[in-house]
Write a protein that binds this ligand. Structure first.
Ligand code: NI
Length: 138
């Protein structure tokens, strides 16, 4: 386990009360773990902003009856093979498919792949889960 440092934080009372309410809703059992997660979130955000090696997931929802759309999504994924770690395809119902694409690479390339998939006509919804390789997060 990493060495722990303790330090005090001065906060307006109202802000601390709001923070306590927020973390209770999110099921944190103490403030320290909530603060650690906030710091980690900022570090991951910095990784994306500074174009480092990042990891994440792209989730897309589309109707597989649109054959041209399916082909286009497949072509894009083949063109970005070096950034795609794995793909999971889930048949949600008769019409709708969900694809969860695990990605890794430079933040710029990964964001571009997510934007390219999202902009394809017929994609109903798309999200980019911006995560980290974990290398620089403690
Ligand atoms: Ni499907």
């Amino acid at each position: 386990m990493a060495l722990l440092s303790r330090f005090g934080i001065s906060l307006p009372k109202d802000l601390l009360a709001d923070f306590d309410k927020l973390i209770a809703k999110k099921n944190y059992t103490n403030r320290s773990e909530a603060f650690r997660d906030l710091i980690r979130q900022e570090l991951v955000k910095k990784e994306w902003e500074e174009g480092e090696d990042v990891a994440g997931t792209i989730t897309i929802i589309y109707d597989h009856h649109q054959r041209e759309l399916v082909t286009k999504l497949m072509d894009i994924q083949h063109d970005h093979g070096k950034n795609i770690i794995s793909t999971q395809h889930i048949h949600i119902d008769h019409h709708n498919c969900m694809e969860i694409i695990a990605v890794r690479g430079s933040a710029k390339e990964t964001q571009k792949l997510a934007d390219t998939l999202k902009s394809v006509k017929g994609v109903k919804h798309s999200t980019l889960g911006m995560s980290s390789t974990g290398k620089h997060i403690r």
